[in-house]
Design a protein around this ligand. Structure first.
Ligand code: ATP
Ligand code: MG
Length: 137
């Protein structure tokens, strides 16, 4: 069974979208094996988004993601990595397919409500970054 890291970003938490997003995840059939609301430290944010460190939006991205509580989740299910990416939709909500989280709940690329690991390597790395072994049930 595959595990992935998912997150409700600060805009989603601030807008009260946590229940809606958790409902979608559970209706899909993924098991929520880790769940916590938390603040992300500057250090964790820079490590999480290290692949984007040379992009012009990096500073903005780090201050956004550290600017309010997020909900960090570990999801388990068949093809959970690609499945959750599919449920989120394209990075830019304008390009996201109807029915996806970003199409239905977001309007801007910078504040696009959720995150999902994009490969098994990043899932493993991100799950380790956000959860200790004993937090995953
Ligand atoms: P995430 O990694 O958050 O799940 P993603 O994999 O769809 O999103 P990435 O290319 O990894 O997209 O970009 C990470 C995040 O950086 C995006 O979700 C978005 O919030 C922000 N971002 C990406 N491109 C831009 C951009 N051109 N302008 C502003 N912010 C951007
Ligand atoms: Mg990404």
């Amino acid at each position: 069974m595959e595990r992935t890291f998912a997150m409700i970003k600060p805009d989603g938490v601030r807008r009260g979208l946590t229940p809606e997003i958790l409902t979608r995840i559970q209706r899909k059939g993924y098991r929520v094996v880790g769940l916590k609301q938390m603040m992300i430290s500057h250090e964790t944010a820079e490590s999480h988004y290290a692949e984007h460190k040379d992009r012009p939006f990096f500073g903005e991205l780090v201050s956004f993601i550290t600017g309010g509580p997020v909900v960090a989740m570990a999801l388990e299910g068949e093809n959970a990595i690609l499945g959750w990416r599919g449920m989120m939709g394209a990075t830019n909500p304008a390009n996201a397919a109807p029915g996806t989280v970003r199409a239905d709940l977001a309007t801007t690329t910078g504040e696009n409500v959720t995150h999902g690991s994009d490969s098994s390597d990043s899932a493993e790395r991100e799950l380790k970054l956000f959860f200790s072994e004993d937090e995953l049930l």
